[in-house]
Design a protein around this ligand. Structure first.
Ligand SMILES: [Fe+2]
Length: 204
């Protein structure tokens, strides 16, 4: 069934997940403008805290320049998005065997990047984030890339317009252990992103 707030059907989402087996990251439009605006309104009411400027050490140092919030209302629009997207996603992959275990979207993260923010330098997400990573672009513009390593070898830009969801694999997707390096730069307009992930550490 097509949820009225999603602009891509479960079939289209399923096709994107299928393609993800071959490309390391892919994005598709997913949020209707109406839903996106409702989400943004709620997003802009949350208090945000600055992320630590650097994480990791020495050769693994990652610089990040963003504000964030991971405690979202249990009865708001984001809570509705999580439930609706989980259903949409489950339907999208219902006839496939991509994942080593059921995908449970149990980790949320709202991020804001100010214009001229330094973004985030090449990094891989934590290994606890399994199966698939979903980044919903709510507003703004920045350039998002996947690469082979921290020095941006073979960088490929991934479209990420407002309303898109950017998908990346995590360990457990089609038997791979892939965690692609990715980074964000050239933020030209205040950018809001909602990250939805399967955090294995919350399930074990
Ligand atoms: Fe990341």
């Amino acid at each position: 069934m097509n949820h009225p707030w999603f602009s891509s059907s479960p079939e289209m989402l399923g096709r994107a997940v299928q393609i993800l087996q071959h490309v390391r990251s892919i994005s598709i439009p997913i949020l209707t403008d109406d839903f996106r605006n409702i989400l943004l309104e709620e997003a802009k009411r949350y208090p945000l805290r600055p992320a630590k400027n650097t994480v990791g050490t020495a050769n693994n140092l990652v610089h990040q320049d963003m504000l964030l919030q991971d405690q979202l209302k249990g009865d708001g629009a984001f809570a509705e998005l999580v439930v609706a997207f989980q259903q949409h996603f489950d339907e999208a992959i219902s006839e496939q065997n991509y994942f080593s275990a059921p995908v449970v979207f149990n980790d949320v993260m709202l991020q804001k990047y100010e214009p001229k923010s330094g973004g985030i330098t090449p990094h891989r997400d934590r290994t606890d984030y399994r199966h698939i990573i979903c980044l919903f672009v709510l507003e703004g513009f920045g350039r998002f890339y996947i690469a082979d390593d921290r020095i941006k070898t073979n960088a490929v830009e991934i479209a990420n317009l407002p309303g898109d969801v950017v998908l990346m694999p995590g360990p457990g997707f089609v038997g791979l252990n892939d965690r692609p390096f990715h980074y964000l730069e050239n933020i030209t307009q205040e950018r809001w992103v909602f990250g939805l992930r399967h955090d294995q550490s919350k399930l074990d």
